[in-house]
Design a binder for this molecule. Structure first.
Ligand code: PLP
Length: 352
């Protein structure tokens, strides 16, 4: 018997979601195409150009360059790689807040750059003074996160960008999760608000596209050239992506989701998700928990491990931060009814 696809009914931990129907359909249609070989698969290649233009529109970058990656991890690794290729020093370093995603640790390992971790402040955002103290003439890249994985916080992006450029480093913004909600807030995060050189922005998270669809954007195409290698046996001559053969499903689906939802559908979804997060935060507080106020649709609260384990045993997919708080990501599939049922179970589990 084939296994049933997993339901999203009790999933509160994932940064991915049920794809929009149009995105699902496009993914199926383009499953057997390979944008890694544009000479052979020109249609999906053209759709990828449109998908990159779409990401540029979301991120405030006219005439964007980039590509649809396998996910945020690949895009982050590639951003570090661009910076390393640009650096004119034997042992470049990369400065990142401790809220940065673990994919940067993989990047540092693979690319042999020093990762300098900067502490975050009381509000879980990069500490600017600590970042200032960490950069030097060997800094190749400064990273800011626009929507952190654990707390949904946005670093001081314009200030970090200025700091990076003061030491001739590149500035990368990881908006893998936050990129599709931040346009509907007044928080500065994108190419228009700050001197951003490269950005990760993932359609397969808040963008409601099918996996695999990450996004890498670069301010000008010479940055992407840093990644290009010759491709003698393909019909085109160079490739900048990390993977070779890659599924066209994510590419087509990223574009289909954008066409269905930008901007009004995404705006409405942001409003719903944010309202859910604020409501959940209030209810958790009423139950007596310490709650970290949500900036974006992500709530962390100090729920004891025993209660957390009991909720997991009830089938709820929740996860914990490095500081051991419970975290709930209010993705598009997370409804108010689902959260109400979760709270009821939470209340019941407290007696355990
Ligand atoms: N960056 C951020 C801020 C993330 O939250 C994540 C994953 O949740 C990633 C990067 C990695 O993305 P992926 O899992 O698609 O590789």
């Amino acid at each position: 018997m084939p296994a049933e696809p997993q339901s999203f009914d009790r999933v509160l931990s994932s940064m991915c979601t049920d794809p929009h129907p149009a995105a699902r359909e496009a993914a199926v249609d383009f499953l057997a195409t390979n944008p890694g070989d544009p000479g052979t698969y020109p249609t999906i290649s053209a759709l990828e150009d449109d998908a990159v233009d779409a990401l540029g529109e979301i991120a405030g970058l006219a005439d964007p360059t980039g590509y649809i990656a396998s996910g945020g991890t690949e895009a982050n690794i590639q951003a570090v790689r661009i910076a390393r290729e640009r650096a004119e020093t034997a042992r470049p370093n990369v400065v990142m807040p401790d809220s940065g995603h673990f994919s940067f640790r993989k990047a540092a390992d693979l690319l042999e750059v020093d990762l300098r971790i900067v502490p975050t402040d009381d509000d879980y955002r990069a500490d600017l003074e600590a970042a200032r103290a960490s950069v030097d003439e060997e800094t190749a890249l400064v990273i800011g996160v626009a929507g952190t994985t654990e707390y949904g916080r946005v670093d001081p992006i314009p200030e970090l960008g200025t700091l990076a450029h003061e030491v001739d480093a590149l500035f990368h913004v990881d908006a893998a999760w936050g990129g599709y909600v931040l346009p509907f807030t007044d928080i500065p995060w994108n190419f228009e608000h700050a001197p951003v050189d490269t950005m990760t922005i993932d359609p397969h998270k808040m963008g409601q596209a099918a996996i695999p669809a990450g996004g890498l954007l670069v301010r000008d195409e010479t940055l992407l050239d840093e990644l290009a290698v010759d491709t003698p046996y393909l019909e085109t001559t160079a490739q900048a992506t990390l993977t070779g053969t890659r599924s066209g499903a994510g590419v087509a689906s990223a574009l289909a989701a954008f066409e269905a939802l930008w901007p009004d559908g995404y705006a409405a979804q942001y409003e719903r998700s944010q309202a859910n997060a604020e409501w959940l935060a209030g209810e958790l507080r009423n139950l007596g928990y310490d709650v970290i106020e949500p900036t974006l649709p992500l709530v962390a609260a100090d729920v004891p491990a025993q209660t957390f384990d009991a909720l997991r045993a009830e089938g709820w997919r929740v996860s914990r931060t490095g500081n051991d708080e419970m975290r709930v990501v209010c993705m598009p599939h997370v409804t108010r009814e689902m959260l109400a049922a979760f709270l009821e179970d939470l209340d019941g589990c407290r007696a355990v």
